[in-house]
Design a protein around this ligand. Sequence first.
Ligand SMILES: [Zn+2]
Ligand SMILES: [Zn+2]
Length: 206
Amino acid sequence: MAGDWLKVEKDTPWKIEILFLADRLKISRHEAFSRCFMIWSWADSHSADGFVQRLSPDWVDVLVGLPGFAAALIETGWLRVRSGGLEFPHFNRHMGQSAKARGLAARRASRARSRPAEKRSARSRYGEKLRDPRWQRLRLEIMQRDEWTCQKCGAKDRTLHVHHTRYLKGRNPWDYPPELLLTLCEDCHDGVHGHGQTRNASAPEV
Ligand SMILES: [Zn+2]
Ligand SMILES: [Zn+2]
């Protein structure tokens, strides 16, 4: 899967198993490590728990491009023959438990992103709209019109927002007439919306 990833413990290249593989296969430690990484990343894409059905040692050798690799890996204990396939013992530990968990969370998030827009929360859709260049341009125009000054307290030295004075149902933030938009400082903006209420929770906000 594009963008998917593996976490490798930083001491993995220095493990005794890597030295063993290098020695047994007459390859460098770097090569032993990178070939391990190849087979782990492959296994990670083809297994959720470290057991890969129908995988044979011969196939592992083909996958990493080195005859004898699987046999040597079996000797280290990093690969185990089981009925019906091969097992990568302590798969989750080698893959990194938290990496795995975060990887799953990222996958869930990307599935969420690919859902139809109407299924996403109104709030996240609204957040996206506020990044729209059409809104970014309009808010700058309003701030310029209001001379970069809070229209409630007159502050010029605070973070400024552009507030929608009325909520027009179904309207995009940038489709409001300028007379319904007002430059407010952060504090006044919070005041307008009441304490404890997130500004962009319900109505169009900046
Ligand atoms: Zn103000
Ligand atoms: Zn507002």
